[in-house]
Design a binder for this molecule. Structure first.
Ligand code: SF4
Ligand code: SF4
Length: 469
């Protein structure tokens, strides 16, 4: 007799704690969860007592080891399951369908980000856990005074991308595209976003993030930041030149050939976390027309703010006008607080279990806005649809992390040429009929319905004509 649980569709139990009847942990998954639970207990003990400060080495192993090894062991348990996204009661899961576990996770994550940004001294018991690794990489102890909370955060972040990256590799092991894409984001996070900047710090050099540039690195071209980098020596000047080349040359060329996916799904650290730790929540993205309208206003608004703000800062610096200087300083502070801290950090990751994995990328990232405009108007990338094969199951729309109603296009056999598509390829992977294909062919027949040129630009930016037909 089959051991597949019978589903009771009217049992709306998403507020229960462990209520997904179609998912039962296998032994390896149980072992992984036990290690993660141990890490949670050790974290709470370190936060609430002096033990973490007294035994940083032991607690570092318990916390980082518990989360890292536990996450990997849990992920490997997935080898005993079929690969790919499964509709196995996900919409009834407390964790993955905004039930009690989802809300608790969201609140805890949001709370941790709030503390990290605005009250780091509350993490005093946890920060010393980063001490052994901090001394090894950047030759400094981990303290609040020298940014130890950010070192701790980067360590957790990299660990999450790595461990959940193993989960993504296991889950999508049947797809070479997803395997290579996952290895890519793990590499960029581990080497370029974590190890290299700290090793440079050890050598008394400025932090160097080779894969970040303006406008995501929003203050890179602010007058005082440029002066600071110029004064720091050859490496600082090289960083400025590389940042300019990256945004003015590399980005348009790669986006022309591959769409924004080369960055958003292969390189970026925010995208890396979304594609790994955020993958279980990708179906929570809002696919409504209203969300699309809000998204376009917000993401382009943030881009406009950073462009205008950078220009004002330069005018203020060049003209040396007192009041303009004050305005520019206030803008810089406000942007850092609202966009850099609250939006990118607190909301961007804290709301994964409530609003899906790409809240920041969809609604706030200025780099995504630049890449999106390039992708929409000057790229060869498109998702082609073989409409005759579509059975309107809706899998593609359900699992699109950018909230694109993919099915709407598929039903009409229309190519998908959307600024927000990050080219993750999951819509294509979950389609049971092979309807969707990510392609980079010649631009000629790229958009089969939406016009290119000025009308399309108006359509892309306008909130008034948001209807898709
Ligand atoms: S449309 Fe497909 S490839 Fe694009 S973001 Fe959505 S799921 Fe990913
Ligand atoms: S997943 Fe495939 S078959 Fe289902 S609605 Fe989307 S395009 Fe159609």
């Amino acid at each position: 007799m089959s051991d597949i649980p019978i589903y009771n569709a009217d049992a709306d139990r998403s507020l229960g704690l462990f209520d997904n009847p179609a998912w039962r942990a296998k032994s390896l998954e149980k072992a992984g969860l036990a290690l993660v639970a141990l890490a949670v207990v050790a974290t709470v003990v370190a936060l609430a007592s002096d033990l973490g400060r007294q035994r940083p080495g032991l607690f570092a192993w318990l916390v980082f080891g518990g989360f890292g090894v536990g996450g990997v062991v849990f992920a490997l348990g997935g080898l005993r399951r079929a690969s790919g996204v499964r509709n196995d009661g996900k919409m009834f899961s407390s964790n993955q369908a905004r039930g009690a576990v989802g809300w608790i996770s969201g609140l805890v994550l949001t709370g941790l980000y709030v503390v990290l940004y605005f009250a780091p001294e509350a993490l005093a018991g946890l920060i010393p856990l980063g001490d052994p690794l901090s001394r090894l990489l950047r030759d400094q102890p981990a303290t609040v005074a020298n940014g130890g909370q950010w070192f701790l955060y980067s360590t957790f972040y990299t660990l999450a991308v790595g461990a959940m990256g193993v989960r993504a590799l296991v889950r999508y092991r049947h797809s070479r595209y997803h395997v290579v894409r996952t290895l890519s984001v793990v590499f960029f996070q581990t080497i370029l976003a974590f190890a290299l900047p700290y090793l440079l710090m050890r050598l008394q050099q400025p932090e160097l993030f080779l894969h970040y540039t303006w406008p995501l690195d929003y203050d890179l071209f602010f007058p005082w930041k440029m002066e600071e980098l110029r004064a720091s020596g050859q490496l600082g000047v090289a960083m400025l030149i590389w940042g300019a080349i990256l945004i003015a040359v590399v980005t348009p060329i790669l986006t022309f050939y591959f769409g924004k996916r080369w960055y958003c799904s292969w390189v970026c650290g925010c995208g890396g976390l979304a594609e790994t730790a955020g993958d279980p929540y990708r179906h929570l993205s809002d696919t409504s027309l209203g969300a699309w309208k809000v998204e376009r206003w917000m993401v382009h608004g943030v881009l406009a703010a950073i462009v205008v703000g950078t220009a004002v800062l330069w005018v203020a610096a060049l003209l040396d006008v007192g009041w303009l200087d004050a305005v520019a300083g206030t803008f810089s502070w406000l942007y850092g607080l609202i966009i850099g801290s609250i939006f990118a950090g607190v909301v961007g990751v804290g709301f994964y279990p409530l609003m899906g994995s790409r809240v920041w990328c969809r609604f706030g990232c200025p780099m995504a806005a630049v890449l999106g405009l390039q992708q929409r108007f000057f790229s060869r990338f498109r998702i082609t649809t073989n409409g005759g094969q579509c059975i309107s199951c809706g899998n593609c729309s359900a699992y699109c992390e950018m909230g694109i109603d993919v099915r709407w296009y598929a039903q009409r056999g229309q190519n998908i040429v959307r600024a927000s598509c990050v080219g993750c390829g999951i819509c294509s992977t979950v389609c049971p009929r092979g309807v969707l294909k990510l392609e980079n062919g010649p631009r000629g027949d790229r958009a089969t319905a939406a016009p290119l040129g000025a009308p399309a630009l108006i359509s892309e930016l306008s909130i008034l004509d948001g209807a898709m037909d």
